[in-house]
Design a protein around this ligand. Structure first.
Ligand SMILES: [Zn+2]
Length: 386
């Protein structure tokens, strides 16, 4: 009987559990999924997958002292609510903040490196393009009027070659909203055909504008959200323009987000966004397309634990370990990263030597280590029972 038919049913269930870490650290719920696959007829396999993640609030390394204390944005600035319908830290993540450095340097508002040269917005990313196809709504951050809108561009991850052809249309499908008194917000890279408003429409805060996609100049599915005042880029986290001022003690209340949203958007620089078991060697480019992992079963050739991480800094290390039944043990501590990494994937695993993997519980653990601190930790469990 072919191997693929020897499994009656594979049932994978995701649970989430709390740890003692969450009593002191900011908890970041990891996404829970469940799925069911049918292969054949005679063996029952039950696999339970469980994980949790905890990311502390990293401390920025430096403060650019430009003299004056932070100035809050003009009093007539709109208070902004979350422009995307997702669970921060679970189904979506901030990949990039505004680059507040007007020169060749790169700094986010907390003096960290979670941005890139001249970036003028905040990137709310999804795990994969497949996730965007399920429909993740883009929402108006404040009441306003649609001033500009574009739809009809294909959702395609850009390559170096195709990026040139997108000149002038880097935003992809998107729109600009006017909020009065010189304030505007812009929403980019929306899904083709998803725009739900047109030029001239009056839009209320929270109203759906369309869906997150990957049109325009993009390397991953995300919403690029930008704020401008009289044409000048404003960082919604600080309420300041790209004037070179950053502060690792910045109070969220000084930004433009409303109170509830500011709490959701607690600063993250360096985070684990997913950890999964797999029976194939994962490839980051493929995971950007579809994060759905191939779960190991007792006769998989490989048993692998992998993690996806964002905004790592040079010197960061990643520790991955799997502990399982019958003395199963594998661990790896990476060398310090030679430079910052916006996105990263790391894995550890074993090739099967016996006829099958020993049945029982396997625990996977991933730690992001910065200096002597564990910045972020995520755990996953897999139970294989014949
Ligand atoms: Zn962006």
């Amino acid at each position: 009987m072919p191997l693929a038919q020897s499994w009656d049913r594979v049932r994978i269930k995701a649970l989430w559990s709390r740890s003692f870490f969450q009593q002191w650290a900011n908890p970041w719920r990891h996404g829970c999924t469940s799925r069911k696959c049918t292969f054949g007829s005679d063996v029952m396999l039950r696999a339970i997958f469980r994980n949790f993640v905890v990311c502390g609030t990293p401390i920025a390394l430096a403060t650019l002292d430009v003299g004056a204390a932070a100035q809050v944005a003009a009093r007539d600035a709109p208070r902004l609510s979350l422009p995307i319908a997702c669970q921060l830290g679970e189904t979506c993540f901030i990949q990039n903040y505004v680059d507040v450095d007007p020169g060749p340097g790169v700094r986010d508002y907390k003096c960290g490196s979670a941005t890139y040269q001249a970036h003028k917005g905040t990137d709310f990313r999804l795990k994969s393009t497949a996730q965007s196809k399920k429909g993740v709504a883009v929402r108006a951050a404040a009441d306003g009027t649609v001033k500009r809108a574009r739809d009809g561009m294909a959702d395609v991850l850009a390559t170096t070659a195709s990026a040139n052809a997108l000149k002038g249309r880097e935003c992809g499908n998107g729109l600009v909203m006017d909020h009065g008194a010189g304030w505007q917000t812009q929403y980019c890279h929306m899904r083709q055909g998803s725009l739900a408003v047109k030029i001239g429409d009056k839009v209320a805060r929270g109203q759906r504008l369309g869906d997150v996609g990957y049109s325009g100049k993009v390397e991953f599915a995300h919403l690029h959200f930008a704020v401008r005042h009289n044409g000048e880029t404003i960082d919604p986290f600080s309420g300041r323009s790209q004037d070179g001022v950053c502060d690792d003690h910045w109070d969220q209340a000084e930004g433009l987000w409303d109170e509830r949203t500011a709490k959701l958007l607690a600063y993250q620089s360096g985070q684990v966004i997913a950890v999964s078991f797999s029976d194939v060697v994962p490839v980051l480019a493929a995971l950007e397309q579809d994060h759905g992992s191939a779960q190991p079963h007792p006769r998989s050739k490989l048993l692998i634990l992998f993690a996806r991480l964002l905004n790592l800094r040079g010197g960061d290390r990643i520790r991955l370990a799997i502990a399982g039944p019958a003395g199963f043990n594998v661990a790896r501590l990476s060398k310090p990263l030679p430079r910052n990494k916006a996105t990263y994937m790391a894995y550890v695993g074993k090739r099967r030597a016996a006829p099958s993997w020993p049945p029982g519980h396997y625990e996977g653990r991933v730690q992001l280590i910065r200096g002597k601190r564990i910045v972020c930790e995520m755990q996953a469990e897999l139970a294989l029972t014949k």
